[in-house]
Design a binder for this molecule. Structure first.
Ligand code: SF4
Length: 189
């Protein structure tokens, strides 16, 4: 769609300005560790496909990070296939769709995993720190934490969106790609 076509050279800037917290976290961890486990690769990979990252760019993006750790032969052997698979180019050629919030919130990340929804899966301290880095005021943060305590994770994300962009989001957040698109609409208007 018209807002969603990101290229590799913009990806860091766009991640900072428009990704919801779940995807910012995966993105930052990938840049930091040069690796993500399967659940993270699926959650972030399909999201990036949804925001319009083309297959060739996606391969270049993952390759650049993973080969800092595993070497390009192993990348081609073990990881490139599943990226092409996500784009429907391998296996049953299903075109996989990005995960909605509900699916992400109900996932069960284990030790060393970075997928999931931070509002649901982060410790309170980590969540507060992450919200601080997104620029929330202490008042805004308390409103978000209140929703989290009541297990209203998507509402917590919606309040974060409203605080970050200074505008209301009446529809509420129910999909990371929707968060991205609404954000791009605001930033590009
Ligand atoms: Fe991501 Fe949805 Fe959680 Fe927001 S509510 S952080 S978009 S999974």
């Amino acid at each position: 769609n018209e807002y969603a076509d990101i290229s590799l050279k913009d990806i860091d800037q766009v991640a900072k300005s428009s990704f919801p917290l779940c995807m910012r976290h995966l993105f930052e961890k990938l840049r930091e560790d040069h690796h993500l486990k399967h659940g993270g690769r699926m959650q972030l990979g399909l999201f990036l496909k949804g925001v319009g990252l083309k297959l060739d760019d996606a391969l270049a993006f993952w390759r650049a990070e993973f080969t800092k750790k595993v070497g390009s032969e192993r990348f081609d052997k073990e990881y490139a296939y599943s990226i092409r698979h996500n784009y429907g180019k391998e296996g049953k050629r299903t075109d996989y769709t990005p995960y909605a919030c509900q699916k992400i919130i109900s996932s069960a990340p284990g030790v060393g995993d970075h997928h999931g929804c931070p509002y649901r899966h982060f410790s309170e301290d980590n969540l507060r720190a992450a919200l601080g880095r997104m620029g929330l005021s202490s008042r805004g943060m308390e409103d978000v934490m209140d929703k989290v305590r009541n297990k209203h994770y998507q509402l917590a994300c919606t309040l974060t969106f409203e605080a970050v962009y200074g505008t209301s989001c009446d529809a509420g957040i129910n999909h990371p790609n929707q968060y991205f698109e609404e954000s791009q609409k605001i930033l590009k208007s």
